[in-house]
Design a protein. Structure first.
Length: 406
């Protein structure tokens, strides 16, 4: 029997999982003063946080965050140099492709002098400029929600001068125009949570005079709202969430007993069910921001009983379950004199080996059945680090190279 085949047979009984529970990691605090009721959008590898309020005033300042650098940078304020009076809370935001690039948009909300806004602003990252776009054609409002499907923004619900709303509108950046669509099928409300996933929009929770825990999906093809499994975490408003197909996440907020919550729940698109996940380690809060960036979900800022927050937390959850199977690292024997075999669908460019000095090593690779077999016979004796890196996850292990035959 060849050494390759013998190696694979022995390893089959020694597979180890490289993964544990979902978890949260503390990240760099948001620049500026602690704040609540801000809004956020993502452009390529950066998340942007705009506006909000502290104990003293509304804000229009914007900051950007890169997950790979774990660092916040100051950015131009909403409206640019001429944006006085645009500081606000309760806005909604989204990202769209326009003129060949991704741009960020901020709409609606409440300023310190105007209770209900209907303006729309576009941020161009390449020029660092804000441009006012077509005015929202529905009633001015704050605490609305938005999601994006097929490069159109869907904006609706919220609180207006005449009360809570359930009407919905789409914004097309190519024509810079708004169009009314089918009303939301749930009750009129404010402070709900919304996101898009697999070309559908989702809305859940919020305040319709009493707090809600219903959850709805919008199909743009049929223009229908479909009620899905109710959110099991209890009624709430001021929650936040994000999507990471085939699951999405909803958590935090304030319940009917005025308790500030730090729980997190995962909704499965295929199973139409909810599973509770690891609680946010930070304090419970409402009116936080959430975004999805570089394979991680993030929650930051918010308010709890007189305290404003500037913390940021990253969640590594089950969105990458399909990728986890690709990351099973099997090294046998260890120490090894000649070969390493991997059970993974990752390709050669996703695999790296480093020596103890951090120098990247060259290796030969052969496909044997479902295994990738790495030839390391030319490596000097010593400890080595083997790294697998995919779109959402990264995993590493160590092995020892020794001389001699097995």
């Amino acid at each position: 029997m060849s050494k390759f085949i013998l190696l694979l047979l022995v390893m089959a009984s020694m597979r180890q999982s490289a993964f544990g529970q979902d978890f949260w990691l503390p990240k760099d605090s948001v620049n500026g003063v602690p704040k609540s009721a801000a809004t956020s959008f993502v452009i390529e590898n950066r998340a942007y946080l705009v506006a909000g309020t502290d104990d003293f005033e509304y804000k229009r300042k914007m900051y950007s965050y890169r997950a790979d650098q774990n660092d916040w940078d100051d950015e131009v304020s909403l409206g640019g140099d001429g944006g006085d009076g645009l500081a606000r809370v309760g806005a909604t935001s989204f990202s769209l492709q326009h003129e060949g690039q991704t741009k960020g948009y901020v709409a609606l909300g409440q300023t310190q002098t105007i209770a209900f806004m209907n303006d729309l602003w576009e941020y161009d990252r390449s020029t660092e400029a804000w441009t006012q776009k077509a005015t929202f054609t529905g009633a001015p409002r704050r605490e609305a929600v938005s999601f994006v499907i097929a490069n159109k923004a869907y904006v609706g619900t919220g609180n207006s001068a005449t009360g809570f709303k359930k009407d919905f509108y789409t914004y097309d950046p190519s024509s810079n125009s708004w169009e009314q669509i089918t009303d939301f099928a749930g009750t009129a409300r404010r402070a709900a949570v919304a996101f898009s996933m697999e070309n559908y929009g989702f809305i859940g929770t919020g305040d319709d005079g009493t707090l809600c825990n219903d959850f709805w999906m919008y199909n743009p093809q049929t223009e229908q709202w479909i009620q899905k499994a109710n959110f099991p975490g209890g009624v709430r408003s001021g929650a936040c969430g994000w999507a990471a197909y085939p699951v999405c996440y909803l958590g935090t907020g304030q319940d009917a007993n005025y308790t500030y919550l730090n729980d997190l729940w995962e909704y499965n698109y295929f199973l139409n069910n909810w599973t509770q996940r690891a609680d946010l380690p930070g304090p419970g809060r409402k009116n936080a921001v959430a975004f999805y960036l570089d394979g991680l979900g993030f929650i930051g800022t918010g308010y709890n009983n007189g305290t404003f927050y500037d913390d940021l937390w990253a969640y590594s959850g089950t969105a990458a379950l399909a990728e986890q199977e690709r990351f099973a690292i099997e090294v046998f024997p260890n120490p090894t004199a000649d070969f390493i075999a991997l059970t993974t669908t990752l390709s050669e460019e996703n695999i790296a080996i480093f020596n103890q000095l951090g120098q990247k090593m060259n290796f030969m690779l052969e496909k044997v059945g479902s295994k990738l077999v790495l030839d390391v016979r030319h490596f000097p004796e010593g400890l080595y680090y083997l790294q697998l890196k995919g779109a959402q996850l990264q995993q590493s292990t160590t092995f020892v190279k020794c001389n001699g035959s097995l």
